[in-house]
Design a protein around this ligand. Structure first.
Ligand code: 5GP
Length: 216
């Protein structure tokens, strides 16, 4: 190999990125995460465990793994959850094994989890996590979006509005923050955060041989 050679990097063997997206319910984080996945086959969604009931249109194993509280507690006790938290009085958690498999295969994972999960996953995987908080354009707009989601009862919506303010109070713990006033822009900004994380020098270990070849 010479300085004028045309060697291209061997298939990049970089570790996957954990992109944690948090937001109050109704700020649009699921829509953003879905768009990211649809646009890029390298992005996988971490399917959480939950003890809440499925909403209309939700499928077990796709949107969540729906489990009983006993099953959830058993998984947590066995160390099968990378992180877990109680949200709205129900259990939510991230299965550990799929995350470890994806990251070592160089696949990026998007996590739609709350601030408690973010803290835990950052502590567990400090070199892999990049995090993003999605703010709604206003509290009034957030309430409008939550009310428009007919699947939840008014009591549930009120609880979610209280929880929204609690979630928002943690926004400064995240690496990046966006305001989802315009969906296309929010998606592009999220994609930019993911791309920058992928390109971090510390993540590009697969490029070492390629760069070394410049010196023959
Ligand atoms: P929902 O019931 O509306 O799908 O989700 C309620 C909240 O639980 C959202 O803020 C969501 O981000 C959070 N959540 C969903 N899955 C997980 C998880 O695996 N871990 C944690 N910590 N939070 C989760």
């Amino acid at each position: 190999m010479t300085r004028t050679g045309t060697t291209v990097p061997s298939p990049i063997t970089r570790r996957g990125v954990c992109l944690v997206i948090s937001a109050p319910s109704g700020a649009g984080k699921s829509t953003i995460a879905n768009a990211l996945r649809a646009a890029d086959p390298r992005v996988k969604h971490s399917v959480s465990i939950t003890t809440r009931a499925p909403r209309p249109g939700e499928t077990d194993g796709v949107h969540y793994h729906f489990r009983s509280m006993e099953q959830f507690k058993e998984m947590a006790a066995q160390g099968e959850l990378l992180e877990w938290a109680s949200v709205f009085g129900r259990g939510y958690g991230t299965p550990r094994a799929p995350v470890e498999a994806a990251l070592s295969a160089g696949q990026d994972m998007v996590f739609d989890i709350d601030w408690q999960g973010h803290r835990q996953i950052r502590a567990a995987l400090p070199d892999d996590v990049v995090s993003l908080f999605v703010l709604p354009p206003s509290l009034a707009e957030l309430e409008r979006r939550l009310t428009g989601r007919a699947s939840d009862a008014p009591e549930e919506i009120r609880k979610r509005m209280d929880a929204a303010l609690d979630e928002i109070s943690h926004w400064e713990e995240f690496d990046h923050v966006i305001v989802n006033a315009e969906l296309d822009r929010a998606i592009a900004e999220t994609q930019a955060v993911l791309n920058a994380a992928r390109l971090r020098t510390t993540r590009q270990t697969g490029l070492a041989d390629f760069v070394a070849s410049f010196w023959g």
